[in-house]
Design a protein around this ligand. Sequence first.
Ligand code: ADE
Length: 265
Amino acid sequence: MASDSQERRPRLRIDIITLFPEYFAFPLKVGPVRRAIEHGTLEVNLLDLRSFADSPKEVDDYPYGGGAGMVLKPEPIVRAIESVHTPESLVILFSPQGERLNHERVKDLAGRRHLILICGRYKGVDERVRRWVDLEISIGDYVLSGGEPAALVLLDAVARWLPDSLGDKDSALTDSFETGLLDAPLYTRPPEFRGLKVPEVLRSGNHAEIRRWRRKQALLRTLLRRPDLLETQTLSEEDQRLLQEALEEFQQASSEETRPKEEGP
Ligand code: ADE
């Protein structure tokens, strides 16, 4: 049987090594991250990189060989890692050179016990730090001024998969990517806004028809915007029929839009 202290241990502990711990103050207080922390399934610790340096000014230095920008020194980062590292830790460095973060990786990380996140700054980190790193992650093909926004992206996405982090318990399972499709369009009140009407079916109360319409729209949207997601799936015969129907309706609507108006407004 698990001991009392084991039961109270959070499901996931995340240590974030950063030059700007204050950057995280507000995001830890909102949404799934806050709820997971409150429920004790997530623990987040902020490690101030400067406190691991010989003096607060010695966190970065000029690059050997010259060139623009400063480089984060290895000693403070490695000391910070070693201060929290256990056999269960996975050490992650954020950088534009890393593996692109995606749904599968987020779910993998949410299933771990301990993540140590290193937020780079300036031009980057001393190459030797990579010896202590298990995984390098990028959140997209653009350059951020530091790893902090990337750490927040990861934190939010991972927290959604922790127990009790979502208000509506099922919503992570119906998210785009988990279903393999993009979401169907969403509407709320009013039923008409500036001449734009909510599709009749959504107001019909016919749940079977609503499910069918949503599936059809999700299939169409995925085909039009992210055909790569459909390529990896085998669609059921019903889905193929729905998609065919959706495409015909879409083509019909597009040709009506391009046809010259018979009557002006
Ligand atoms: N640091 C700088 N750019 C980054 C990116 N695109 N993803 C993750 N960390 C970064």
